[in-house]
Design a protein around this ligand. Structure first.
Ligand SMILES: NC(=O)c1ccc[n+]([C@@H]2O[C@H](COP(=O)([O-])OP(=O)(O)OC[C@H]3O[C@@H](n4cnc5c(N)ncnc54)[C@H](OP(=O)(O)O)[C@@H]3O)[C@@H](O)[C@H]2O)c1
Length: 300
């Protein structure tokens, strides 16, 4: 958290026996931006709560989850590498979390723990609000088949407007597995393609919507792009990169310079966080405040 010392003291002085604790678990956790955006939202909402990062190693995950019941932690965000395994230790899962196969939000309601996935909501809102998308096109292209791709592919595939999602990945077998699993869950047509030049030059020039979910281009490899053929981009396309560090990736710069509309991952991060806070508190969380503070952090 980039709070100055007096601000930190102010936060600590407000903590009392009635303060609700929320937090995020992950391994590693020291670079998380969640405390920054949640602290801003909590302040704006005027609620008696704090949000703290917890470093939880994989072999301590079960104890950590039992611990939040015992300690009365009101809710948790869950990040890498716990999003799938955490499901084993929860009492309930929402349909969305089951379908995606990952949990990024745990709600503690009177000692009953429910796992949800707010990445699906965060991603969709980011496309329609920040990406200016008015409707999904018939065919959507998603690059990557890792953890984050699951929520993105699910969000696209479950839309009635989409008739095919094409998953493009370096390791074709992983794209095929994801396509098979999410086709079964959504009943939608999901296909898999290798991330090679023929795929990009043959298919992407017709793409209306392309989403990068790989880590290619993420800090510190900021000069890399998952689509090293910028000529496939053109006007009329929306290109989304869910990477948020840097907030503008090489992929987005290439796409924008060829006339495509681009949207980065900071908005998705803010919106998934806002949704979690709303689920925990039953109040509408100020998503724009959360996004603004993230943008400030990245000098935007
Ligand atoms: N904005 C948000 O709110 C948000 C939320 C979640 C995640 N993210 C971001 O999404 C990104 C991916 O996260 P994740 O959890 O899905 O990671 P992950 O599970 O490790 O998946 C990584 C993906 O990137 C591909 N990849 C990695 N290195 C590559 C390379 N050198 N060349 C080609 N492909 C490569 C992998 O392909 P293979 O299958 O071939 O290995 C895989 O598809 C991260 O940057 C993360 O910060 C953003």
């Amino acid at each position: 958290m980039n709070l100055k010392l007096p601000d930190k003291l102010l936060v600590l002085m407000k903590i009392s026996g009635k303060t609700t604790v929320y937090g995020v678990i992950g391994d590693p956790i020291e670079h998380t931006l969640s405390p920054l955006m949640h602290a801003s939202a909590i302040e704006k909402m005027g609620i008696d709560a704090v949000y703290v990062p917890f470093h939880v190693r994989p072999d301590e995950l079960e104890h950590a989850i039992k611990g939040i019941k015992a300690l009365g932690v009101g809710g948790l965000n869950v990040t890498v590498p716990h999003k799938t395994r955490v499901m084993d230790y929860l009492d309930n899962l929402t349909d969305e979390a089951k379908a995606v196969g990952a949990v990024n939000t745990v709600i503690n309601h009177d000692g009953v723990l429910t796992g949800d996935n707010t990445d699906v909501y965060g991603f969709t809102r980011c496309l329609f609000v920040d990406g200016g998308l008015e409707r999904f096109p018939k065919r959507v292209y998603v690059i990557g088949a890792g953890g984050a791709a699951r929520g993105v592919v699910y969000a696209c595939a479950k839309s009635d407007e989409v008739s095919e999602v094409v998953v493009i990945n370096r390791t074709l077998s992983k794209a095929e597995k994801l396509a098979e699993e999410l086709s079964a869950v959504t009943g939608s047509h999901i296909s898999a393609m290798p991330a090679i030049e023929e795929t990009f030059s043959g298919m992407l020039s017709d793409a209306e919507l392309l989403i990068n979910t790989t880590s290619v281009g993420m800090y510190p490899q900021v000069e890399h792009s998952p689509v090293p053929y910028p000529e496939v981009f053109h006007e009329g396309q929306v290109v989304c990169d869910i990477i948020y560090n840097p907030s503008e990736t090489r992929l987005l710069r290439d796409a924008a310079s060829h006339g495509a509309k681009v949207v980065g991952g900071l908005a998705m991060l803010a919106y998934q966080g806002a949704r979690s806070l709303s689920l925990w508190t039953g109040m509408e969380a100020p998503a724009e405040v959360m996004l603004d503070v993230l943008k400030q952090e990245f000098g935007q």
